[in-house]
Design a protein around this ligand. Structure first.
Ligand code: GCW
Length: 642
């Protein structure tokens, strides 16, 4: 097999420091990782790793604590100082990102520390190939890098390369298996534990703790108990013992990830217990060892009747969890999807994040592009995540209300890791924003470009192609925040009514007069009432509701005039024509990059852009035709609608 792409850590990224004299001071496993990195870099670029004498770069780890912070300064010599190995590793990669700038003019001491302790990637990998979902659920980059034939792969070199990439961007936790825990994967907790130990060993030198997704029914399915009732003493003993066994094998195990009472997964509701009862059961098993349970708030009725207008999926997480604020143990982190629905290209921020001040929270993002083009489309999501994390939901921004940022990973065995080579920038950008959500998306993309590509001339065209690509995607897909309109089978490509009469609770309610979901308190489902001020009123009123979310909150006639001054139906036509034109422009920009990026990268992206253009055109034509047929309103600009 061709060796995997180096992603943002090609040898060339290490030239500035690798061509200099470097000293590494300190001990411990992560310091060893840094020393090995430096040794490889200087070997490749003619510098030297030295113990004494003058140096250009000094990397000093003063102690062995768990600190992730570091300082960097330059006064003739560049110096990175940390008190913990993780801090030194992050400081080292900071210098790599700076490139030559790290060795230019002097600069005073800068303090760097992550803005939150939890920066995690969840993998929806199955040990076996699932008949419907494949090996990686919602994976668009090939099979799992972790597993083959029901167990952990023999050759973990690819996992080691991945762990190194994640360590370089500050990710410090990974979930190793799908939150939908099937029978085979449940065994990772028990008889496959020695396999998990091997994965933990590969992640450890990069400052990353591993987690397992567990099934709430494990005491029954694995333990043979008659119940999984969280208040049953036998159940408690089972979890205590299983957890103690895990820690005996993996002393720095991070903890569990749980999807309970959601989309068919078992949970505490079966026993008349609350999600706090369920989460605390696991939290108490983990607490003696310093472990954490990541309990997902993605709980809703997926057997809804479309005739029933009183049930609103958007309300579900808040309805279930807000009343439990204060009831969770301190080592529970409630993991909340960023929006109230499901990883759409546009959703309002979940009101749960403002509703639980006495609960530790993590916001969950999706790096894997399930609803955002499946790594066939260029859809650079860092601007979306930045907007979400800095959204002033409750006085404070979302990023300031959470202890953690978690995302579903987008990698697989594909030689480019992410299927679409440019989707690597999403993985990179996730790590950078999880570290500091105040970073500007353009600056983060700039870092990625600088590390990944050698030729400085690619910088500008790549920005042109990628900076606005999330908005482009939004323009040619579901309009004005209404969401979905995708093929139910795979969530790819348009099916305007695909979910309209389904049990999943995802509707747009278009008829001959109008479109959108009335979620107001006055006449709708009352979802707006879950928001704190001012958002409860901003979203409630047609006058103040932002255009991009209008159809998420309101059902309006086609001739309703948006704040932008355009009618809803004309906006739909305009954005869909514009979206396709923007993709056509992407194709042109990419063509100019031939010979400036590696040929294999050029060929892959070229092929995928052709598919993006085809798919965007299909979206445009289906959406425009649909709304023209429903409304009978012609395009004011007389363009062709079928
Ligand atoms: O977006 C939906 C996906 C499911 C996924 C679920 C979840 C793992 O379509 O495939 O299941 O979300 O987040 O649990």
């Amino acid at each position: 097999m061709t060796s995997p792409d180096p992603a943002w850590l090609p040898a060339s990224a290490f030239r500035p420091l690798g061509s200099r004299r470097v000293r590494v001071v300190g001990d411990g496993p992560l310091v060893t990782t840094v020393r090995d990195e430096v040794a490889a870099a200087v070997a490749g670029h003619g510098g030297a790793l030295v113990e004494d004498g003058p140096v250009d770069l000094e990397l000093v780890c003063a102690g062995g604590d768990g600190s992730e912070a570091f300082t960097v300064e330059r006064a003739g010599t560049t110096a990175v100082r940390a008190t913990g190995g993780a801090g030194l590793l992050y400081g080292f990669h900071h210098v790599v990102r700076l490139g030559e700038a790290a060795f230019g003019a002097d600069f005073p001491v800068e303090h760097h520390a992550p803005r939150r302790p939890v920066r995690m990637l969840d993998h929806w990998d199955n040990t076996e190939v699932h008949p419907v979902m494949g090996q990686v659920e919602r994976g668009y980059a090939g099979d799992s890098i972790f597993y083959a034939d029901g167990r952990v792969r023999d050759d973990l070199s690819r996992v080691a390369a991945y762990a190194r990439l994640l360590g370089s961007i500050g990710v410090n936790r990974v979930g190793l298996n799908n939150v939908n825990v099937h029978r085979a994967e449940a065994r990772l907790l028990t008889d496959l534990l020695p396999d998990v130990v091997r994965l933990a060993e590969v992640f450890r030198p990069h400052g990353i703790r591993v987690h397992l997704s567990v099934s709430f029914a494990a005491p029954v399915t694995l333990g043979g108990l008659p119940t999984a009732d969280p208040l049953d003493p036998g159940v408690r003993r089972w979890w205590d013992r299983a957890t103690a066994d895990v820690y005996a094998a993996i002393p720095d195990f991070g903890g569990y990830v749980v999807k309970a009472d959601s989309e068919g997964q078992p949970g505490p509701f079966a026993y008349g217990r609350t999600h706090a009862d369920g989460a605390n059961l696991l939290a108490r098993a983990l607490a003696p060892f310093g472990g954490t349970v990541f309990w997902r708030a993605f709980v809703y009725d997926h057997h809804q009747d479309w005739r029933d207008r009183t049930t609103d999926r958007a309300r579900a997480a808040h309805d279930h969890f807000a009343p439990l604020d204060g009831a969770f143990d301190p080592n529970v982190v409630l993991q909340v999807k960023y929006g109230p629905m499901d990883f759409q290209a546009r959703e309002p921020v979940s009101p749960v994040i403002a509703a639980m001040p006495r609960t530790r929270l993590a916001v969950e993002l999706q790096v894997t592009q399930e609803y955002t083009g499946q790594q066939k489309h260029v859809c650079h999501l860092v601007p979306q995540w930045r907007e979400i994390l800095r959204f002033p939901l409750a006085g404070d921004a979302v990023g300031d209300l959470v202890d953690g940022v978690v995302a579903v990973s987008n990698v697989g065995r594909d030689r480019f890791w992410t299927g679409h080579p440019l989707a690597q920038a999403n993985l990179f950008g996730f790590g950078r924003l999880a570290w500091d959500d105040r970073l500007a998306p353009e600056a983060v993309l700039d870092e990625w470009i600088g590390l990944t590509f050698d030729d400085p001339a690619v910088r500008e065209p790549l920005h042109e192609l990628m900076d606005g690509s999330w908005h482009t995607y939004e323009r040619y897909t579901a309009p004005l925040g209404v969401g979905f309109m995708v093929n139910p089978a795979g969530h790819y490509g348009p099916a305007v009514d695909g979910y309209e009469y389904s049990r999943w609770g995802t509707y747009h309610f278009a008829d001959r007069d109008g479109v959108g979901v009335d979620r107001t308190r006055a006449t709708g489902t009352g979802f707006t009432g879950q928001y704190p001020a001012p958002w409860r009123d901003v979203y409630e009123s047609l006058e103040t509701c932002p255009d991009e979310l209008l159809l998420f909150f309101h059902h309006v006639p086609y001739d309703h005039v948006l704040r932008s001054g355009t009618t809803v139906v004309q906006h739909i036509y305009d954005t869909h024509f514009a979206g396709v034109e923007e993709v056509a422009r992407m194709v042109e920009v990419w063509a100019e990059l031939e010979g400036r990026v590696p040929d294999a990268v050029h060929a892959r992206v070229e092929e995928l852009l052709a598919e993006q253009l085809r798919c965007a055109t299909e979206w445009r034509d289906q959406v425009n035709t649909y709304f023209f047929r429903k409304s009978g309103v012609p395009d004011a600009r007389g363009r062709r609608i079928h």
